[in-house]
Design a protein around this ligand. Structure first.
Ligand SMILES: O=C(O)C(=O)C[C@]1(C(=O)O)C=C[C@@H](O)C=C1
Length: 373
C-alpha cells in the first residue's frame, strides 16, 4: 500500500482519482481477507468436524479490534476505525456461517442495537418477546447466540437476566455497552398538547423520572413490554385519532415513523446499559478479560465476608457484586460477582478454588473479553 503515503493532490479531479484508486485497492484487500476467512472455515471444519465447529471466536475478534485501535494513526479516530473493521469481520464471519442472534425484541429495541454493535450488521436477527425466551432459543440451538440487558448505569441490575442464569447451562461469551438516549415521541397525526398518556418500558420511565415529573407531571405513565412496543402503540394511537406519547430511542421512533417532541430526556447524561452475549461455548483468554460467577452462600455469619476475602488475598480485582434471593431458603442469597481476569489464570483459579470451599455452590458463568467498542 505504498502509494497511499504519496503526497496528496490538491485538485478535485486528482483527489477523486486518488480516492478511486485507493478504493479499488481496499476492495481487493477486503476480498483477499474474506477468502482467508473462508479458508479458516474449511480448516475449522476439518479440525473440529460436523456440528461441533465453533465459527465465532469472541477472543480473536477482540484482539483484532484492539490491535486496530492500537496501531491507528488517524486522522480517523480509533473507534471509527474499529467500527469499520467490526463490520468487515461481521461480513467475513457471515461467509463462514451466518449467525442467528436472538435478542430481547421486538425490532428496534436497545438490545437489538447492542446485538448489531457487538456482532456487526451481517447477522440474522431473531427478536424474542422475553429474556427467558432468548435463553431458551440459544439453549435449544435455534439461535447461535443471545443478547440480553444486564445492568443500567441509572437504574441498576436487570433481575430477569440474572435469574435466568440460575438454571441455564449457557455461558457468557461477551459484553457490550450502549449509551442510551431517550426521546419523547408522538405520531405525526397526534397533537403534543393533547397527550394524556406516556408509554414506555418500566426501566426507561425510571430513567426519565425527574424529567417527566418536571415537564409532564399530569400525564399518566404506562409501563409496557418494551420501548419499541411503546413506539408501536403511539403510532397506532395516532392513526386512531388519540394522542399517546412514547419514550423510546431513535431507532424505534424511526421504525414507527414518530416525531420527536423532546430529545435526550434521560435524567443522567451518561445513561448506559450493559448487555451480555450468551452462547454454548467457553471463550479462551483474549488478554483482557472479565469473569462472572454465581455463588450460593452458606447461610451463616460472615459468609459474604469470607467470600470477598478470597478475592482480596489472591489479588483478584472484583468489579461488581449483586445479590438476589436464593428462592431455596428464606433469607438465603445468591451473589453475582464479576472480576477482572480469565478463570484459567492462576490467581483467578486459586480464588475460585477457595470460594468452592466456602460456598455451597460456585458456577462460572463465563470468562469473556472486556468490551472493545
Ligand atoms: O480467526 C478466525 O477464527 C476467523 O474465523 C476469522 C474472523 C475474522 O474475520 O477475522 C472471523 C470470525 C471469527 O469470529 C473471528 C475472526
Amino acid at each position: 500500500m505504498a502509494n497511499t503515503k504519496q503526497a496528496v493532490p490538491d485538485t478535485l479531479p486528482l483527489l477523486r482519482d486518488r480516492i478511486d484508486s485507493i478504493d479499488s485497492q481496499i476492495q481487493a484487500l477486503i476480498n483477499e481477507r474474506a477468502q482467508c476467512a473462508q479458508k479458516v472455515a474449511e480448516v475449522k471444519l476439518a479440525e473440529q468436524g460436523g456440528d461441533a465447529v465453533v465459527f465465532y471466536r469472541p477472543e480473536r475478534e477482540a484482539q483484532v479490534l484492539r490491535r486496530v485501535m492500537e496501531r491507528n494513526e488517524g486522522p480517523l479516530g480509533n473507534e471509527e476505525m474499529a467500527k469499520i473493521f467490526r463490520q468487515i469481520m461481521s461480513s467475513c464471519l457471515a461467509l463462514e456461517k451466518p449467525m442467528r442472534i436472538a435478542f430481547l425484541g421486538p425490532e428496534g429495541t436497545f438490545t437489538q442495537q447492542a446485538a448489531l454493535k457487538h456482532f456487526g450488521k451481517s447477522i440474522v436477527s431473531a427478536p424474542m418477546a422475553a429474556i427467558d425466551e432468548v435463553f431458551r432459543e440459544v439453549e435449544s440451538g435455534a439461535a447461535n447466540y443471545g443478547v440480553v440487558p444486564v445492568e443500567n448505569s441509572t437504574e441498576g441490575v436487570v433481575n430477569h437476566t440474572l435469574d435466568s442464569f440460575r438454571d441455564s447451562r449457557l455461558k457468557i461469551c461477551g459484553e457490550v455497552e450502549v449509551r442510551i438516549h431517550h426521546h419523547l415521541l408522538i405520531s405525526p397525526h397526534s397533537n403534543a398538547d393533547e397527550v394524556t398518556h406516556i408509554y414506555s418500558h418500566q426501566q426507561s420511565l425510571a430513567q426519565c423520572r425527574a424529567w417527566l415529573d418536571r415537564y409532564w407531571p399530569h400525564a399518566e405513565r404506562v409501563a409496557v413490554s418494551s420501548n419499541a412496543e411503546a413506539a408501536r402503540l403511539a403510532a397506532e394511537a395516532g392513526k386512531n385519532g388519540r394522542a399517546v406519547a412514547a419514550i423510546a430511542g431513535e431507532v424505534a421512533g424511526e421504525m414507527y415513523g414518530l416525531m420527536t417532541v423532546s430529545a435526550n430526556i434521560e435524567d443522567r447524561p451518561d445513561n448506559t446499559t450493559r448487555f451480555l452475549i450468551v452462547g454454548n461455548q467457553e471463550v479462551p483468554a483474549s488478554g483482557k478479560d472479565k469473569t462472572s460467577l454465581l455463588i450460593s452462600a452458606k447461610n451463616e455469619p460472615g459468609a459474604l465476608y469470607h467470600l470477598l476475602e478470597a478475592f482480596e488475598r489472591h489479588g483478584v480485582d472484583m468489579t461488581r457484586l449483586e445479590t438476589r434471593p436464593s428462592l431455596m431458603s428464606r433469607w438465603g442469597y445468591i451473589f453475582y460477582i464479576d472480576f477482572v481476569g480469565h478463570y484459567q489464570e492462576e490467581g483467578c483459579q486459586a480464588a475460585i478454588a477457595e470460594l468452592r470451599d466456602r460456598a455451597s455452590e460456585v458456577k462460572v458463568l463465563g470468562s469473556y473479553p472486556v468490551a472493545v467498542l
